[in-house]
Design a protein around this ligand. Structure first.
Ligand SMILES: O=C(O)C[C@H]1NC(=O)NC1=O
Length: 243
């Protein structure tokens, strides 16, 4: 038995539920998924400011998960907010859904496209492509030009826009695979893969399987070097609970 903590870095309960369902759909029988989100923070993450605010909530959840003895962690926001800080704090493996989906895409295609939400978060995907070394694998990054939480408004409009953008990407980009660039899109991958006949990759499920693989291989975050536990010091005020 193992527990994988899946953290939705935004405070939307509906999106946390969507993410939890996608994680549980692929988790191995011996894996228990514990899905959480910060008690305070941003309802959705749509830029650099939101990511900075959300990162504190991610670290709080990582600390709680480590104290509960979880085997590993998933950061279920396409910006992978707080990823390296989370790796310092965690003892088990920490995988972000952006890096997980990008890695998976490179295993099934020579080029992939990304479909995300707002035009302004396209730059965040581009920063991650450079940081992870996948720039030359990614043909294009598209936005549905709708706010993140429209994915949870029940209208189906955002989901239809994702489908349209995926079809456009398939026809125009010369990509062999498509990466869904939002945790809130995690329930669309299987249907779109079947309908479009192209691997459409969700980062939540990819990250869950990567954490399971790392645990199975006995691999956890290296504490030799820059991902060692944070230097001990007295955090003050509202950050005391992170000590
Ligand atoms: O950047 C985005 O569009 C997606 C990102 N924002 C969010 O609140 N969850 C996410 O996965």
């Amino acid at each position: 038995q193992q527990i994988i903590q899946v953290i939705n870095p935004n405070t939307s309960a509906a999106m946390t539920h969507t993410i939890a369902q996608a994680a549980r759909a692929v988790a191995a029988p011996e894996t228990t998924i514990v899905a959480v989100c910060p008690s305070q923070g941003v309802p959705s993450i749509e830029g650099h400011f939101d990511e900075a605010v959300a990162a504190i909530g991610v670290l709080e959840q990582i600390k709680a998960g480590r104290e509960q003895g979880v085997s590993g962690h998933v950061i279920a926001c396409f910006g992978d907010p707080g990823l390296l800080a989370a790796r310092e704090l965690a003892s088990g493996p920490v995988v972000g859904i952006a890096e997980a989906s990008m890695h998976m895409a490179t295993l099934v295609a020579t080029r992939f496209s990304i479909v995300t939400t707002l035009p302004r978060t396209v730059i965040i995907a581009r920063h991650l492509l450079r940081q992870y070394g996948f720039e030359h694998h990614c043909s294009a990054v598209h936005a549905i030009d709708l706010p993140v939480l429209t994915l949870e408004d029940g209208s189906g409009l955002a989901q239809e826009k994702v489908r349209e953008r995926c079809i456009q990407a398939m026809q125009q980009d010369g990509s062999g695979a498509i990466v869904l660039g939002c945790g809130g899109m995690s329930n669309l991958a299987q249907t779109l893969t079947r309908e479009l006949g192209i691997p459409v990759i969700d980062g939540v499920s990819a990250a869950v399987k990567m954490v399971e693989s790392l645990v199975a291989l006995g691999l956890s975050t290296s504490k030799h070097g820059d991902l060692d536990y944070p230097v001990q010091k007295n955090l003050s005020g509202q950050f005391q609970h992170l000590n």
